[in-house]
Write a protein that binds this ligand. Sequence first.
Ligand code: PA5
Length: 445
Amino acid sequence: MSVRLIDKYAAEFVEPGKFAAMRSRLAAAHACLRAHPGGNDYKGWYDLPQTFDKAELEAIEQAAAKIRSECDVLLVIGIGGSYLGARAAIEFLRSQYYNQLKKDTPDIYFVGNSFSGEDLDEVLRICEGKEIAVNVISKSGTTTESAIVFRFVRHMMLRRYTNSELKERVFVTTDRRKGALKEFADREGYPTFVIPDDIGGRFSVLTAVGLLPIAVCGADIRALLGGALAMKKRLADQGMDNEAYRYAVLRNLFYEQGRYVEILASYEPSFRMMTEWWKQLFGESEGKDGKGIFPASVILSTDLHSLGQYIQDGRRMLFETIVKQKNVRKDMYVPSTAVDIDGLGFLAGQKLADVNDEAFLGTLLAHTAGGVPNLVIEYDHRDEHDLGELIYFFFVSCAISGYILGVNPFDQPGVEAYKKNMYALIGKPGYELLRKELTDKINTL
Ligand code: PA5
């Protein structure tokens, strides 16, 4: 067992009887998760660790090996669920300084996740004189941010490589059969990888969406899937002994107490992008129909010097979930100094990890004393297996939590609103009426 939920620090915030009263709602949520009414119900991630297509896995590993041996830089183009998981995994498994560290694997840059020309220009300049490969990832194939950036990147590559060389350098991850990107890739002869029909973007990190870039950084993607499978087996229980279910129940209990914001906290900066991935997973799954816990995040102790005051003492609408790493990869010992100027000489020879652990405990006790329930999710090692466990734990808890809340955790109707307005304002054909409506509105403001 590598990943576990520790809920004892939150016990004082759970009113007697309320936990047990959740049993029937949990049973209903479990039934929803396990129901397969047929057709595309977006629960393909549930069995994926067992059902992963072996040929696809081998093809991903071969493509990653080719990119590793022939390229200096991999550009990953994608946004939302087609971006966050891969980046989060690479920073967790390798480092937030992955590109700067000395290594024998390519640098990996993520683009197509904004409209910022300045950002894109900087990355394209970094690519000058380097051997480049591209992984463009889009399930729909028409997402504006990634589609525009793919145009820029292709132009840059066509100035340096022939069309036929591009077939060895452009890797497309998209729908199995349909969509603009699939058609384009087939026409150009680019190798393609599949985003299964029944897996939505935010649940796709264990598909080719995440696995190809993650494999390029040299990580063991089979161990990642193995961790997910181990967690799947551990989460077989249908009741409160299932730790992901218990996390989902506790989140909903806190929500019903008016704690509308959950802060995911980590004491490891390498976890920062994981918190971004988690925010998308829970925010897009639960924030709908006027409901939902707002997912926020902090890296500690860093943010104790910015948001710590609010968490300790501000409006009591919060609870925290701390993702805690048990074992560090490298022990660092506090050096002694000839003169004890700062009064910290007593720490000389102590492990920094121990100081970090005491900061975690001290903060946890202060925040709970300040009225903020604290849940802890602990993992043993910063490795592929534990990451697979963590990812799968969050998938299950997110789905169950959404069902308990009374929403469909697998749709995202709200993200269309900004897109329509943006299409209208940038002049997309078919949006002329809306464009007029919006510009009239802007002119009256
Ligand atoms: O989770 C989701 O469904 C979204 O975040 C999508 O992943 C995101 O909008 C990108 O979509 P696509 O993969 O179609 O380009």
